[in-house]
Design a protein around this ligand. Structure first.
Ligand SMILES: NC(=O)c1ccc[n+]([C@@H]2O[C@H](COP(=O)([O-])OP(=O)(O)OC[C@H]3O[C@@H](n4cnc5c(N)ncnc54)[C@H](O)[C@@H]3O)[C@@H](O)[C@H]2O)c1
Length: 440
């Protein structure tokens, strides 16, 4: 079979990484986005978001001549044999459901222009049942006589590790309706499969469900240990030691069992909400009703972090100078979608505190979305004269802070460790009042 030419539709966090990696693996790739500025920057070799290793691979892919970018879906239809759909599926403004307008729009527009046999491969995270609905949409839209098939290949990459997760994924999931579609996908992922990556071949709806089931499990594990933190807070127990002890049981394991401020970002929160919504539509709402509680526990951690800062400040936040360390929803990313850090910083500000935020990568995004907050240029800049420091995103440079040096610049040595990222023994020995969620 000749090597298929690929398009990647939607060049955000997922699509840009996928397009670059596939070109580096040897495929001809056309990246497509409706955002002309984004496309111009990518074509000029500028990564449009922070992702370790991506700028170097983007340069390599462009140099190879195998990666190009366009805003034209008609050009994409003309170019590609296999089209990856990587557009966003955010939460709808007035509901917990996923907003499918971007996926529907991209698929319809592409299908209108397709004139030869092609495979459309969904990578976006969608409500179960979307792929069969989209298949019908494609057949109704594509010019008569064109053979277009739809497959689903959910994406599991983690921001911050996106390149490695794309090149060396834990597993590949192919939701297909024909041996031809499976063969196409096996060809497209041949270099990845050759490394021994397991492949699960299944139907469309199972492939869609794998992604939301995985994210629901991860969210549940985080909220589980944070629920234990609430119990610890009521009893004087230490959730940090509790988590460590649980983690030695390899049936439980330590990953995603870290107590703290909880999850955020462009995936887990909206995915568990969309799943709950979809399950209700399917008449099985009860089966995942626990996810509502998972979400509530997660939200309460944000409120509780604000409480800890207020407690440390003596019960009133009015005029209290707070140094907020972190804005991104997690370290090694500039993604601030549903970021717990900015939620906490905004609440502190609303309650009267004078908050200054620093983040190593997400300041530009934060400034655009939260212009009401004040920002500084470094950790020491925001910490200067602070009454309370609050660590909100566990960047390595925050984990490695020297309490003695920090102690020189703050007004009061008081720190809330929202991510269990610091050693309380060392910080207390340096004269700091140290507080963390679920710890005495
Ligand atoms: N970010 C992640 O870590 C990650 C991981 C796994 C799965 N996902 C899923 O992947 C999907 C994309 O997520 P993201 O984080 O990359 O989102 P994103 O917002 O960063 O990127 C989406 C891109 O799609 C573009 N777009 C919208 N409509 C379009 C159209 N009609 N034609 C072409 N481009 C269009 C937007 O301009 C944007 O650049 C979501 O469903 C998400 O849940 C994301």
């Amino acid at each position: 079979m000749p090597t298929p030419r690929l398009t990647v539709i939607g060049t955000g966090y997922l699509g840009a990484t996928h397009a670059v990696c596939m070109a580096v693996l040897g495929y001809e790739v056309l990246g497509v986005d409706v955002d002309a500025t984004k496309i111009a920057r990518l074509a000029a070799g500028q990564a449009t978001f922070f992702e370790p290793g991506l700028p170097e691979l983007l340069a390599k892919a462009l140099d190879s001549g195998r990666l190009r970018f366009t805003t034209s879906l008609a050009e994409a239809a003309e170019f590609g044999d296999v089209h990856f759909i990587c557009v966003g599926t955010p939460q709808q403004a007035n509901s917990h459901a996923a907003d499918m307008t971007y996926v529907d729009g991209a698929v319809t527009e592409l299908a209108r222009h397709i004139t030869r046999k092609a495979l459309l491969v969904g990578k976006s995270t969608v409500p179960v049942g979307s792929a069969s609905r989209l298949a019908a949409l494609v057949h109704a839209t594509a010019p008569a006589g064109t053979e277009v098939e739809l497959a689903w290949n959910p994406e599991f990459l983690r921001e911050g590790f996106a390149v490695d997760d794309t090149m060396n994924p834990d597993r590949l999931v192919f939701g297909v309706t024909s041996p031809w579609a499976e063969e196409q996908l096996r060809t497209v992922f041949a270099p990845v499969i050759a490394q021994g990556t397991p492949v699960v071949v299944t139907d469309l709806q199972t492939a869609e469900l794998v992604k939301v089931a995985a994210n629901s499990f991860l969210a549940t594990k985080i909220s589980y240990i944070n629920a234990m933190a609430e119990v610890c807070e009521a009893t004087g127990a230490d959730v940090h030691d509790l988590a460590e002890a649980l983690a030695y049981d390899d049936r439980i394991g330590g990953k995603f069992l870290k107590p703290g401020l909880g999850f955020g970002g462009g995936c887990l929160p909206k995915d568990i909400r969309a799943f709950t919504h979809r399950a209700k539509e399917l008449g099985v709402g009860q089966a995942v009703a626990f996810l509502r509680e998972v979400d509530r526990i997660n939200q309460r951690r944000r409120a509780r972090t604000v409480d800890l800062v207020r407690d440390l400040a003596g019960g009133d936040l009015t005029g209290v100078r707070v140094a907020a360390l972190g804005a991104a929803f997690k370290p090694n990313s500039d993604d601030i979608r549903d970021a717990p850090a900015l939620d906490v910083a905004s609440t502190l500000q609303r309650l009267g505190a004078h908050v200054r935020v620093f983040d190593p990568a997400a300041l530009d995004n934060a400034r655009r979305t939260y212009p009401q907050l004040e920002y500084g240029e470094s950790t020491f800049d925001v910490a200067r004269d602070a009454d309370v420091v609050v660590l909100l995103t566990e960047w390595a440079e925050f984990r490695e802070l020297d309490p003695a040096a920090m102690g020189q610049v703050v007004a009061r040595r008081r720190i809330v460790d929202g991510r269990h990222a610091l050693d309380p023994v060392i910080w207390r020995a340096a004269g700091w009042e140290y507080r963390a969620l679920g710890r005495p």
